[in-house]
Design a protein around this ligand. Structure first.
Ligand SMILES: Nc1ncnc2c1ncn2[C@@H]1O[C@H](COP(=O)(O)OP(=O)(O)OP(=O)(O)O)[C@@H](O)[C@H]1O
Ligand SMILES: [Mg+2]
Length: 477
């Protein structure tokens, strides 16, 4: 039975609501004050409450706060004067589900109730997943993901944490390079020493140089009278995290390489050589190897970094991690917003899983934060998700992601071909692709040749020829 509690001091309105709700198949109960309403919530456990804001005694907004504090899962719909913006905003802040303006239009009430019960039914299918044993700050820096690729990353982090060599972390924007750099530091013997990050993309060259190496008094106009230690000095016996390292100028790259080799620095304008013990972790979202080919990054520095490197996979290549990340972020976000978020509807989850996430984990996190903020209940519905999730690059339609995924597969094939000394890589790959694509297309079109040819954009004759060729090859093998 769908239980609805009406809290309103106007007996005529209550009577009208009761008739209407019974007529619509709901099971209404009535309370004429906030205090009585709160008692009824405990005894009758309604799913939805229609709450008038202008009540004698305890006000509707106070009652709303009280309900949300003790019964966060109850959906509360506020009945308010049309133009009362302040009450509207305050009620939103207190997590009201929706509003019904006065004078009451029963069609509006009907629509709101339908939506409210739809939300309740979605919610009842969601598991309650809490993670309350670890404190919020620990959860914030935790790496989440159980995919094969992430498990590989955890292993690498462990290996890298056990020594102090220079490390390069590569990966698209938002894949977690920062988080991984911190994890390597926190797993290492240096964990109680400083972790000093610097964004090499955010500073102009001269400034970056003085930030990294420090300067002596009078090194340049505007230099502080007492000089200033650089980040290398500040990170002594700890870890220096060079973020966006691809943005460093060639001159600075030379200086960095020298420092990595000698573990010695000189402040700008100084003559003393300082010995430092710094573990360097560098990160980039660009293809450093490509940059080396184009002469934009020094090969010697690249190879020094590359010896121990870790490539963070884009989110679209480890979709199975998405539900875990969603649960993780919703937990963080509900603490941050002080608003209970139980989960995401099945349809919402489908959209999230079908989206290509060009901004990776960061984009997912931001999307959930905005959805949770906008959501009028504790369940995120498709409507709460940003428009690009509905219309943007989906995994199936976006060719640039297809290209990236294909490249990663082809890289393996190419390496194998080099190892085998193959001289027909092109033919092999094209044949392979042709065969796979035709098989898939036939499968999708239930072996109907005309439909398959149409889908592929080739003639039926060509298709049949290709099928025959492939059959012949198979029988030769
Ligand atoms: N595996 C993960 N588990 C949990 N949170 C993650 C994970 N990966 C990334 N995040 C979160 O996503 C956000 C972006 O991650 P991070 O800043 O580490 O990305 P990045 O690779 O450094 O991106 P950019 O290249 O833009 O600097 C952060 O809030 C981070 O906590
Ligand atoms: Mg980063």
């Amino acid at each position: 039975m769908k239980n609805v509690l009406v809290i309103d001091d106007d007996e005529k309105i209550c009577w009208a609501f009761k008739q209407f709700l019974e007529g619509e198949g709901y099971n209404p109960t009535i309370a004429n004050s906030a205090e009585e309403g709160l008692r009824r919530i405990t005894s009758d456990k309604p799913d939805v409450v229609l709450l008038d804001v202008g009540l004698p005694g305890m006000s509707g907004l106070e009652a709303l706060a009280e309900i949300k504090a003790h019964h966060p899962w109850v959906i509360v719909v506020i009945i308010t004067a049309y133009d009362d913006v302040e009450t509207t905003i305050e009620a939103m802040r207190l997590h009201a589900f929706d509003f019904v303006p006065k004078p009451i239009d029963l069609d509006v009430v009907k629509g709101v109730l339908e939506r409210a019960f739809r939300t309740q039914s979605v919610r009842s299918t969601l598991p309650v997943e809490t993670d309350s044993d670890s404190p919020a700050e620990q959860r914030e820096h935790r790496l989440v993901g159980k995919s094969e690729q992430m498990r590989e990353i955890y292993k690498l982090i462990g290996v890298m944490a056990s020594n102090a060599t220079t490390v390069l972390i590569e990966g698209e924007t938002g894949t977690g390079k920062d988080l991984v750099a911190r994890a390597i530091h926190m797993g290492s013997e240096r964990k109680d020493k400083p972790f000093v990050p610097i964004d090499c993309g955010a500073l102009p060259d001269e400034l970056l140089e003085s930030e990294l190496f420090g300067y002596e008094a009078g090194a340049f106009t505007g230099a502080k009278a007492q000089g200033k230690p650089g980040r290398f000095e500040l990170a002594d016996s700890g870890t220096l995290f060079l973020d966006e390292v691809a943005n460093m100028s060639p001159a600075l790259q030379v200086k960095l390489l020298r420092t990595l080799q000698t573990q010695e620095i000189e402040r700008l304008g100084g003559t003393r050589t300082l010995k430092v013990d710094v573990r360097v972790i560098a990160a980039t979202n660009r293809e450093l190897g490509e940059m080396v080919k184009l002469g934009e990054f020094r090969a010697d520095l690249y190879y020094r970094f590359k010896r121990i490197s870790l490539h963070l996979p884009p989110l679209r290549e480890r979709q199975e991690d998405i539900p875990l990340l969603v649960t993780h972020f919703l937990q963080l976000i509900q603490d941050e917003l002080g608003k209970p978020i139980r989960g995401i509807s099945e349809e919402g989850m489908k959209l999230i899983q079908n989206y290509a996430w060009p901004g990776n984990v960061r984009e997912l996190e931001n999307c959930l934060r905005s959805a949770a903020t906008l959501s009028r209940s504790d369940v995120i519905l498709p409507d709460d998700l940003p428009s690009e999730i509905h219309t943007g690059h989906t995994l199936t339609s976006d060719s640039s992601h297809l290209e990236t995924s294909l490249k990663s597969v082809l890289r393996g094939i190419t390496k194998a071909a080099i190892a085998e000394g193959s001289q027909q890589l092109y033919d092999d790959v094209v044949t392979l692709l042709d065969k796979a694509l035709i098989e898939l297309a036939l499968d999708e079109c239930s072996d109907n040749h005309s439909k398959t040819a149409e889908l592929l954009g080739i003639s039926r004759t060509t298709l049949i020829k290709k099928i025959k060729q492939q059959g012949d090859e198979n029988s030769r093998k």
